[in-house]
Design a protein around this ligand. Structure first.
Ligand SMILES: C[S@@+](CC[C@H](N)C(=O)[O-])C[C@H]1O[C@@H](n2cnc3c(N)ncnc32)[C@H](O)[C@@H]1O
Length: 298
């Protein structure tokens, strides 16, 4: 099956259908593609391998549908492991809506623009304007939590919006914000007694500039509280149960750290306005601006 790839067709209700295709490019073999062979065994951690949760996909499909009606269209999702978006037999009724590998998103857009294939694609937020391609950039400042737990600020790029170059989309921002807060709300926050020291407790103090030390004879390695065991839980990454004296010291350090965090936040708010550099437009740039929106573009 080395020479086959798959893509998915999605309907407006979120149902998926898998389509198998034959890759246009010849399969590589172990001798000519040893790096590719090794890569299969690597744990993938890049944005190229972040899978989109259904709830996030639903938001996007609904958004596209509101702006470009998808009735009688086939929603295509070409980007999967061993996929080959260039080998799909695209037809006029297809609209590609998917989260592609971010590292080749410009190449993908160029391919679709050249073949006149309709698309709406996820892309990296910070570098959303870095390629000069003839499409619409949709900035929603959307923090999307992908299946692997990574929260990545995501933008979108599309050729479904005619002459629009940039869309700042507050509605999408709100929808993804609500989705993220719902996923956070579903995660319980654990609080431990002062006598339990976890790595996170120490890290919190250190990051706010507060150091402290606990002697060996004040601490015993501990994997989980009895109250957790009955729920099948434990201390994540283990921790230490410590004497009252050490617990008091750590609690005092945490209080100092919280106060330091407050001060730092207030100072940051104050500094924010004093630290702005204003860049001016040149004569040349003013002339470019004059030419825009008219027929004598430079
Ligand atoms: C960011 S992941 C997203 C996966 C899925 N589309 C989603 O939204 O959950 C991008 C996927 O594209 C796949 N991919 C890489 N190159 C591709 C290509 N040329 N054609 C199709 N898929 C490719 C990667 O293996 C990866 O699984």
């Amino acid at each position: 099956m080395e020479n086959t790839a798959q893509y998915k067709i999605l309907d407006l209700f979120g149902n998926e259908q898998i389509v198998l295709i034959t890759k246009a490019k010849a399969p590589t073999n172990l001798f000519s593609d040893y790096d590719g062979f090794l890569e299969k065994f690597e744990l993938k951690k890049t944005t190229d391998d972040c899978y989109t949760p259904k709830e996030a996909m639903d938001i996007i499909v609904n958004y596209v549908n509101e702006n470009y009606p998808l009735k009688n269209k086939k929603i295509i999702r070409p980007f999967y492991p061993d996929g080959d978006f260039e080998s799909i037999d695209y037809t006029d009724d297809m609209v590609v809506i998917d989260n592609p590998p971010f590292s080749i998103v410009t190449k993908i857009c160029k391919f679709y623009l050249e073949k006149n294939i309709k698309f709406f694609l996820f892309c990296p937020h910070l570098t959303a304007f870095s390629s000069d391609i003839d499409c619409t950039h949709i900035i929603a400042s959307a923090d999307i939590k992908y299946e692997n737990g990574a929260i990545i600020k995501t933008a979108f790029v599309s050729n479904l919006f005619g002459d629009l170059k940039i869309i700042g989309e507050a509605d999408l921002y709100q929808k993804f914000k609500i989705l993220l807060s719902r996923s956070k709300a579903n995660l319980p926050k654990y609080e431990y007694p002062d006598n339990i020291i976890t790595v996170s407790k120490v890290a919190y103090c250190v990051e706010k500039g507060i150091s402290f030390k606990i002697n060996k004879n004040e601490a015993k390695h501990y994997r989980g509280l009895d109250s957790q065991k009955m729920h099948g839980k434990a201390l994540f990454g283990s921790g230490f149960i410590v004497s009252d004296k050490a617990a008091e010291l750590a609690a005092a350090a945490a209080e100092l750290a919280a106060a330091a965090a407050e001060l730092a936040a207030a100072a940051a708010r104050k500094n924010k306005n004093n630290n702005t550099i204003v860049w001016e437009l040149s004569e040349k740039e003013r002339n470019i601006i004059k030419s825009l929106g008219t027929d004598n573009e430079m």
